[in-house]
Design a binder for this molecule. Structure first.
Ligand code: NDP
Length: 400
């Protein structure tokens, strides 16, 4: 019997639990562990009501490695799916190594005290995972995750060589709130306010955060949106593993309303991660802000509209220039109907479930530390169509 341990009972963790329950039914065991047991129990109740499957729950602070090792030794899962926060990546990798369990996550490690995410820390585990015969799959969400697989699929089937990549992430949804983030507010705001980096002629070029923008018309009448160039972690692994890439950029849509609120929050110092003294206590302004903002996991009920995330890949085929665009469109309300979450959690949780399933059944299993584009994209692409995130590939350049 396959056992999966999911760590993190947030918006994404809830989707992973629901999708795994739907997939495994009663032929597998799913355990959901998080800092707050009540959140695990609420998700377990929803899973039971929607799928009839009973999942296990556990209270766990993942920062305490011996506690995680204990839980892993008790449950003996085939894989640990880390959908807690990026701060927990290394401690969970340590626990997996100690207990001899495979590992998967959806966001790369960043230290709490510096808003700078890089793969160097997790790539540093390569030798230890390989020597132990264990596997770590990094970034199995949508972006990173599906965007890496889309790029690998284009390179495999549509080009002799790829030269340029634009990843475009549009959220055409409306949650009905004055200001809210699509996923964990602390992680989201750290990412959006960081300086932008894009790949050009073999190196990263740094520019001011959100200083470059375009208008982008999504297919299938999702709408036209302002997209802003920003740094995103898959640029680091894709430019390493696909060395023919000459240019690579990541773009995300933001509404004028989101940017207006963000600017005010930044100007007042509320997005800072520098500790301040407040009534004799040291607090981090951004963590306080997270506490007063809406919980993205609870926005599903009121969110309407669609997301449209995809990759525009340019290169050559048979000596001729060629461009393809591969995308997925996901409807917030339909996701809520299926699993009780909005599309941003859904588009992250489904690929986490697919990546973990491919590890469990051996299709994508190799000892070591890997990024998504290093595996054959075909089984993952097939699973996306089957498991709720169908994709479309068209020729032509929607950014031209
Ligand atoms: P949430 O904040 O909703 O959920 C995170 C959960 O992790 C919370 O339930 C929290 O528990 C739990 N947690 C935090 N610290 C610990 C700890 N020390 N031990 C155990 N559990 C802990 O975040 P999301 O669900 O929105 O995001 C989850 C992850 O997915 C993040 O890493 C995010 O960066 C990533 N992500 C990736 C995307 C992609 O496409 N690749 C897109 C969106 C998100 P508690 O509530 O009890 O504190």
């Amino acid at each position: 019997m396959k056992t999966v341990l999911i760590v993190g009972a947030g918006g994404v963790g809830s989707v992973v639990a629901h999708k795994f329950a739907a997939k495994l039914g009663n032929s597998g065991r799913i355990v959901l562990a998080s800092r707050t047991l009540g959140k695990c129990e609420a998700i377990a109740k929803s899973v039971r009501e929607r799928t009839g499957v009973e999942i296990g729950t556990a209270e766990l602070d993942a920062e305490e490695v011996p506690r995680t090792v204990e839980l892993l030794e008790r449950e003996r899962p085939g894989v640990l799916v880390n959908v807690a926060l990026p701060y927990q990546d290394l401690v969970l990798m340590d626990a997996c190594l100690e207990a001899g369990v495979d590992y998967l996550d959806t966001a790369n490690y960043e230290p709490r005290n510096e808003a700078k995410f890089e793969y160097k820390w997790q790539w540093g585990y390569e030798e230890r995972f390989a020597a132990a015969g264990r596997m770590a799959l990094l970034g199995s969400g949508f972006d990173p995750g599906v965007t890496n697989v889309f790029t690998a699929y284009a390179a495999k089937h549509h080009f002799d060589e790829i030269h340029e990549l634009d990843i475009v992430d549009v959220n055409g949804g409306d949650h009905g709130q004055a200001f809210a983030t699509n996923f964990n507010p602390e992680i989201n705001i750290r990412e959006v306010t960081a300086p932008c980096r894009h790949w050009e002629d073999g190196r990263f070029v740094e520019t001011a955060a959100l200083s470059e923008h375009r208008r982008f018309t999504c297919p299938e009448e999702v709408g036209t949106y302002s997209i802003y160039r920003m740094y995103h972690e898959e640029l680091e692994s894709l430019t390493k593993h696909i060395p023919t890439l000459r240019r690579a950029s990541f773009w995300m849509s933001f509404s004028d309303n989101y940017l207006k609120h963000l600017e005010v929050l930044q100007n007042t110092g509320l997005t800072s991660i520098e500790p301040v003294e407040y009534e004799g206590k040291s607090i981090i302004p951004l963590q306080f802000l997270k506490a007063v903002l809406p919980d993205p996991g609870g926005l599903g009920k009121t969110t309407t509209g669609r997301t449209c995330i995809g990759c525009i890949v340019r290169g050559v085929r048979d000596g001729e220039p060629k461009t393809v665009y591969i995308y997925n469109i996901c409807d917030h309300a339909r996701c809520f109907e299926e699993v009780g979450s909005q599309a941003v959690s859904y588009t992250t949780g489904v690929p986490a479930m697919i990546g973990a399933s491919l590890m469990l059944d051996g299709t994508w299993r190799r000892p070591g530390v890997w990024n998504m584009e290093q595996f054959d994209p075909d089984p993952f692409m097939e699973a996306l169509n089957r498991d709720g995130l169908p994709w479309t590939l068209v020729e032509g350049d929607p950014l031209a």
